[in-house]
Write a protein that binds this ligand. Structure first.
Ligand code: AMP
Length: 163
């Protein structure tokens, strides 16, 4: 059923956290066009940024298989977030369910509302630790090197254009 090597981060720090994550995995599969191949263990982590006094997060990463395009997959993730009562109010504020598209095979997308690989994933241990549980290390390291090289190349050309 379509492409593999697709990874989504799940996080919750409001309400029944584990239940939000578990039901999100079922909801991903309910229309029959996405398969959840595996999911990491749940990691409990302190919130990064946002207002003080938030609860800790439960985080996980799932590997998916789907023929949906990255954009259609993002729309599906946002629908599921909304069903869980996700309100975008305070930046980095508490959330019932946060779903981020981390990687879509080796595709590089740089659009205003969709960046893949997810730009902040490499430095966030609450993403990288569960991701390493479900991802082949050699493939991930190769992609990290290619992403870094790609970013340096585009910064270089941007600088040259500005000169
Ligand atoms: P957040 O509030 O952290 O869930 O961020 C959601 C916003 O980030 C939405 O407006 C998305 O369009 C945008 N976005 C950009 N790239 C991604 C991505 N790879 N995964 C999820 N959201 C993304």
């Amino acid at each position: 059923m379509g492409n593999g090597h697709i990874y989504v981060a799940l996080g919750s720090n409001q309400g029944p956290r584990a239940e939000h994550l578990r039901s999100a995995l079922h909801e991903l599969e309910e229309r029959g066009d996405i398969r959840v191949l595996r999911c990491s263990s749940l990691h409990e982590t302190a919130p990064v940024g946002g207002p003080a006094g938030q609860r800790d997060y439960l985080n996980a990463v799932a590997e998916l298989q789907t023929a949906l395009s990255p954009r259609d997959l993002l729309a599906r993730l946002q629908q599921i977030e909304q069903r869980h009562g996700r309100r975008r109010t305070v930046r980095n504020g508490p959330r019932t369910l946060d779903l981020d598209l981390l990687l879509y095979d080796d595709e590089v997308i740089d659009e205003p509302d969709l960046t893949v690989p997810h730009p902040r994933m490499w430095t966030r241990s609450f993403v990288m630790e569960p991701l390493r549980e479900v991802c082949e290390p050699g493939w991930l390291d190769g992609l990290a090197r290619a992403t870094r090289a790609g970013r340096l190349r585009s910064e270089y050309f941007q600088l040259r254009q500005e000169q």
